[in-house]
Ligand binder design. Structure first.
Ligand SMILES: [Zn+2]
Ligand SMILES: [Zn+2]
Length: 98
């Protein structure tokens, strides 16, 4: 994820305004937890992500889950016929439909 200096400033101001502390602290800007331990992150990528977004593991998980559910949950399945001309599946989520 790349971010502009402007975005960095916005995040910094956001954190300062909401939690009255700098993003330099080991503190999650989403839930305000100050118990963020870099060792809690399951891998280096998420630890790096915390350096960027300052969201704890839990909040990163929630965000990720939301992204996933936005992609698959909130839609009416659109039935289309599979290339074999027999089966039906959803164009959006790919689930096989009865
Ligand atoms: Zn959090
Ligand atoms: Zn569907």
């Amino acid at each position: 994820m790349s971010k502009s200096p402007k975005m960095e400033k916005v995040l910094d101001d956001f954190a300062k305004n909401i939690f009255n502390r700098s993003r330099q602290d080991n503190c999650c800007i989403t839930c305000g937890s100050t118990k963020v331990n870099p060792n809690d992150f399951v891998d280096d990528l998420l630890r790096k992500e915390f350096g960027i977004s300052h969201m704890c593991q839990e909040c990163q998980n929630d965000t990720f889950k939301e992204d996933l559910s936005n992609m698959t949950d909130e839609h009416d399945c659109e039935s289309i016929i599979a290339p074999n001309g027999i089966d039906c599946y959803c164009r959006v989520c790919g689930n096989t439909l009865g």
